[in-house]
Design a protein around this ligand. Structure first.
Ligand code: BES
Ligand code: MN
Ligand code: MN
Length: 487
């Protein structure tokens, strides 16, 4: 049985603190990293490598970029194989998956590094200060699409392993890499492949750097992620757009019907109205709530940073709880009628919306999808048609907190960042993580080197140069610490 934070029956929740206990004899606990000098000497080369990779526009959702996505996969495959790893490019119905490994070390654990080489679209282009695929350094940051999500973060592990191999020091464990090109579109092909490749991908611990630190100067280990389920909802009214003078009043306007439907999903207190929606939500334990409340935070500052007059959301939960441990309903896009200059007096023939729910353990994306559809049907006026399509879904994730791998990561991070990490959850989703837990029976170690204001999925995405290099140092040290854990 997995020991979750929320199910703190054992001592786990008490033992693993949001703020880890200080180790009085830390110097003796953390081995000096034999690679530190070598890593410093290679820092320019690391950045040159990252820049080269960032120049490849690997937008997985856009068929126009199909060959670019492949090129980004080839780039990392080539990098790993030039560094001496055994590499396999696995073809799928979509974008290729790259698998690589160092030689097995008897008696030592196996770490599987997972990451993605695909990126999100770049619109609106006019808001970028430099081209999304023309990486540039400004104010100590590397700017480009994929800088933090996920090429920059993933490359930290590749560079650390290649540096180990080049140093002549024996790598203290076996490292495998599983790098895909479809994370940003739901990881369906990797999910299909996972069971048949379970032996090849087998590992004791899965290492993922595709999330964030808690704040500048405060690194973190992430023990929970939310799941997701996405939809497109289309409302069809008249056969074609109608003159709103001649017809208006006697015909249901699809834009209004859609707006009413969308608004009916959530009430004024931020509570989702779909019957059964919260049934399977794992509630937050008092213990976890108390610990989350210890993290330094200010709602006012947070609101100011994102440019809103005040925060919103579900009543009776703090902002961190709402973002990390409560489910949400969001409209991601909305289209209907005349979008051009000036006015056009019509009743639009149709209206559509892109919708997503963030889920928490143990909500089931399929069950939520069915409940959502039934709810919409029950609210739909008979004067319009509705079409609901579901895109992709993945459940939320919680990790065990009592694993020796977490202790190893805490020490590696403190060595490289100079500060012990706090334990956090995050609100984003990495669709494949729960499948790793189920199929590979290994726990995920989520070590985010990014920052919340790195503008992932948004214009001017960046990654702090310092965090890139500290990430590489922490990764190099992680292999030392993990290598000490008997298998
Ligand atoms: N790296 C993110 C996931 C993430 C975001 C983790 C924020 C922690 C904090 C990942 O690349 C991502 O964007 N995932 C998508 C998944 C979706 C497209 C299926 C997401 O969360 O929207
Ligand atoms: Mn990512
Ligand atoms: Mn992403």
């Amino acid at each position: 049985m997995t020991t979750y934070f929320a199910a703190h029956s054992a001592g786990a929740a008490r033992r693993i603190r949001i703020f880890p206990d200080r180790f009085s004899n830390r110097q003796t606990l953390v081995a000096a990293n034999p690679l530190d000098q070598r890593l410093r000497d290679s820092s320019e080369q690391f950045e040159a490598d990252l820049f080269e990779w960032l120049r490849i526009p690997s937008i997985s959702s856009d068929p126009v970029h199909r060959e670019d996505v492949r090129a980004a996969g080839n780039w990392i495959a080539q990098k790993l194989s030039a560094g001496g790893l055994e590499v396999e490019t696995i073809e799928t119905d979509g974008h290729p998956i790259i698998f690589a490994q160092t030689p097995a070390i008897p008696g030592a654990p196996v770490a599987l590094v997972y990451g993605h080489y695909d990126v999100q679209p770049v619109e609106p282009l006019d808001q970028w200060k430099s081209g999304p695929f023309a990486p540039e350094i400004r104010d100590g940051n590397i700017y480009a699409r994929g800088a933090t999500d996920d090429k920059g973060q993933l490359l930290t592990h590749v560079e650390s392993v290649l540096t180990w191999l080049a140093s002549g020091e024996p790598l203290p464990l076996q490292v495998k890499f599983l790098i895909e090109g479809e994370e940003e579109v739901g990881s369906a092909n990797l999910e299909r492949l996972l069971p048949e490749r379970a032996e090849q991908f087998a590992a004791d611990v899965i290492v993922i750097s595709d999330s964030s630190q808690y704040a500048e100067g405060q690194p973190a280990i992430t023990y929970g992620l939310r799941g997701i389920v996405t939809f497109e909802l289309r409302i069809d009214g008249p056969r074609q757009d109608l003159h709103s003078g001649s017809f208006g009043g006697a015909v249901t306007n699809p834009a209004i019907a859609l707006s009413r439907l969308l608004a009916s999903v959530v009430d004024d207190h931020g509570v989702i109205q779909i019957p059964g929606f919260y049934d399977d939500c794992q509630p937050l334990s008092e213990c976890e709530r108390e610990q989350l409340a210890e993290l330094p935070q200010s709602d006012e500052l947070f609101a100011e940073q994102i440019g809103v007059p005040a925060l919103g959301g579900e009543a009776h939960y703090t902002a961190l709880e709402r973002r990390w441990a409560r489910p949400t309903y969001d409209v991601n896009g909305l289209t209907s009628g005349h979008q051009g200059e000036g006015s056009k007096t019509i009743i639009p023939a149709q209206a559509s919306a892109k919708i997503s729910f963030r889920l928490v353990p143990d909500q089931d994306p399929k069950k939520i999808a069915a409940a959502f559809e039934a709810f919409l049907k029950s609210k739909l006026p008979p004067s319009v048609h509705m079409k609901l399509t579901s895109d992709h879904g993945a459940p939320g994730m919680l990790s065990r907190l009592d694993s020796p791998y977490i202790t190893a990561a805490q020490q590696a991070i403190e060595h490289a960042f100079g500060t012990a990490p706090v334990m956090i959850r995050e609100g984003g989703s990495i669709p494949i993580v729960t499948r790793f837990q189920e199929v590979l029976k290994a726990d995920c170690l989520l070590l985010g080197w990014g920052l919340n204001d790195d503008n992932a999925h948004s214009p001017n995405e960046k990654f702090r140069r310092e965090d890139f290099h500290r990430g590489i140092a922490a990764s190099a040290c992680l292999w030392c610490e993990l290598g000490k854990i008997p298998k």
